[in-house]
Design a binder for this molecule. Structure first.
Ligand SMILES: NC(=O)C1=CN([C@@H]2O[C@H](COP(=O)(O)OP(=O)(O)OC[C@H]3O[C@@H](n4cnc5c(N)ncnc54)[C@H](OP(=O)(O)O)[C@@H]3O)[C@@H](O)[C@H]2O)C=CC1
Ligand SMILES: O=C(O)[C@@H]1CCC=N1
Length: 267
């Protein structure tokens, strides 16, 4: 493992997921710096993880690698505050939706290596997908370091930055679509008269089972669905209703809308 000092700046939900994963992966709290905006958030992180929150400027000076995880709308203010304190050659990783490597390169010292990463909340259970793209000055060593850091909380995938907005829509936001589906299926269970907790248990186990088959069987999702869909049986009645309601088209439109929003956030 690298002997770098790493700072997470703007440690909210994604920053905390990453921090907790790095600690689970064996990083020493003494090599991890965190920054927050509110003192009560700093106190929470200190109590939960034994890390010592510092100011943004101090983190920028002390860390070898800076990981920026504020909301995209807060990125401008954070970078303007940091930029004068980031020594030349420090690796800067942005985890924010939409924010391009070019946006950061223009605001940091000329030549600063920048990497854009889109992770997702399953980082909390070491099942994240983190999509990684290098900016103009990011080298293979920088990309490998980003893979080491984010690989500690799940899988990583390198994609060209031109595909990051699409990846954000599919994978960054992706867990929310599955949670939404579980909510909708739970409502269906209630409609059919099942107790809420039992409906929830049935759906979660179906989701875990289906996800495990998708990951481990090597079968195409169409084959897996066809295997469930008996001729003249129950599943085909449900599929007919999903098609009548244009659920497939709704997903395509929804994910396209998320991609468009990611582009907008990048300005
Ligand atoms: N949530 C998700 O599923 C995913 C989010 N992302 C990306 O991660 C980023 C963070 O999202 P998320 O974790 O949900 O958001 P949060 O609001 O939970 O976290 C952002 C944190 O940044 C802090 N912050 C903002 N400005 C500063 C500053 N100048 N100095 C120090 N701290 C600051 C905020 O402080 P305060 O709490 O005081 O406002 C907050 O704690 C976003 O850019 C998002 O696009 C990427 C993938 C998935
Ligand atoms: O909704 C958002 O903007 C963030 C980025 C990806 C997931 N959550």
């Amino acid at each position: 493992m690298t002997t770098q000092n790493v700072a997470v700046l703007g440690t909210g939900k994604i920053g905390e997921a990453l921090l907790s994963g790095m600690l689970r992966g064996g990083w020493s709290p003494s090599r991890l710096l965190v920054t927050t905006r509110r003192p009560e958030r700093a106190a929470e992180l200190r109590e939960r993880y034994g890390v010592e929150p510092v100011g943004n400027a101090e983190a920028a000076k002390a860390a070898d690698t800076l990981i920026l995880t504020p909301k995209p709308q807060d990125m401008g203010a954070l970078v303007d505050e940091l930029a004068p304190h980031v020594p030349a050659g420090r690796l800067v990783i942005s985890g924010a939706a939409g924010i391009t490597t070019r946006y950061l390169e223009q605001r940091l010292t000329e030549g600063t290596p920048v990497i854009r990463v889109m992770a997702n909340t399953p980082a909390l259970v070491d099942e994240a997908m983190s999509v990684i793209s290098g900016g103009t000055h990011a080298t293979e060593d920088h990309l490998a370091l980003a893979e080491e850091i984010f690989g500690g909380v799940g899988k990583t995938l390198r994609l060209p930055e031109s595909q990051q907005d699409a990846a954000t829509a599919l994978s960054g936001s992706g867990p929310a679509y599955f949670f939404f589906l579980v909510e909708a299926m739970t409502d269906a269970g209630i409609q059919l008269g099942l107790p809420r907790d039992k409906a929830h248990e049935l759906i979660v186990q179906a989701a875990v089972g289906a996800a495990t088959m998708l990951r481990d069987s090597g079968e195409h999702p169409v084959t897996l669905r066809e295997n469930v869909t008996s001729p003249g049986g129950t599943t085909i009645n449900a599929i007919r209703e999903l098609e009548n309601h244009r659920v497939r088209a709704a997903f395509i439109d929804a994910i396209e809308a998320a991609r468009d929003r990611s582009r907008e956030l990048g300005g």
